[in-house]
Design a protein around this ligand. Sequence first.
Ligand SMILES: O=C(O)CCC(=O)C(=O)O
Ligand SMILES: [Fe+2]
Length: 319
Amino acid sequence: MSAYLSSFGPDANSTDIAAALVQQGGVTINHLVPAAVMDTIYREVTQSVSEEDQRGSSDLWPEGNKTVGGLAAASQSFTEQLLIHPKVLQVLDAVLKPESPLSPPTKTLDAAADQVDSPADVVALDDGGTQVVWKPHPNKSHCHHYTVGATVMMEIAAGRDEHQILHREDAIYQPYVRHLDLPEYIVSAMWAGTDFTQENGATRVVPGSHLWPEERIAQTNEIGQAVMNKGSVVLWLSRTLHGAAKSLAAQNRTGFFASYITDWFRQEENQYIAVPEAVVRGYSPQARQIIGYRSSPNLGWVKGRDADNLLEAGQSGHL
Ligand SMILES: O=C(O)CCC(=O)C(=O)O
Ligand SMILES: [Fe+2]
């Protein structure tokens, strides 16, 4: 017996998907893009990256498996069709609750409605100057906007005989923020580039584990698997235990991974190095934004550049 992971069809309402994700920590959306798109992405990635740079060589991804970072550079189809897939963005808007959503504001669960322009008082000083006093944020936004965290192709070699360690996506920040009570700040997406089956290493996800204390150990019957067809996606939260499963199959399992993170955390993968500017210039405005070419009123600005499109002239920041 393994745990059940909620599963939705491509036309499911994003508010329902987001609610299940927040409640259970993980969810699959089936048949979101045609299987042929996955073949195109795989071809673009494997043709633009040398074999040497496709080799896995870490504890998480030992020799024999394939990993490719910088997918936004390696594959235009990945960037324009998966990274900014409208259904995924709707769910992200509902869960990461940005002040500046990427899909129409009506799609968010409860953010946009109760925003204020400036949650600050400006107090006059005796010497004629002024001082700013910030008030606790009265709105429910988690960020101004969100961007990609990392983009990776993860291919499990046929017959890889060990489960990947179960881990949480917030592990890279957790040592420094563990004492803080933070709103949700990462959502991860793993797209099935091949069918994901029980045998070939479909991602293991532990529903409910996003609410567990760090010390609680997953029991076998609490571990689910993101079994899904090629072209589907599994989403999980920053505290959800997950990991690639071992393979008993004769074929490789390919996944295209993207995490999304609030603008006030550093992106895991350095997009400004991993993706050449000339490549970004060829992308849609939304793809540029999700890669990171935008700023909030206070973070990430470049003087003389447009806040919503940092490759163009305009205004960002307060200078
Ligand atoms: O490939 C998978 O199914 C999950 C991989 C993963 O979570 C990781 O490498 O951090
Ligand atoms: Fe992971």
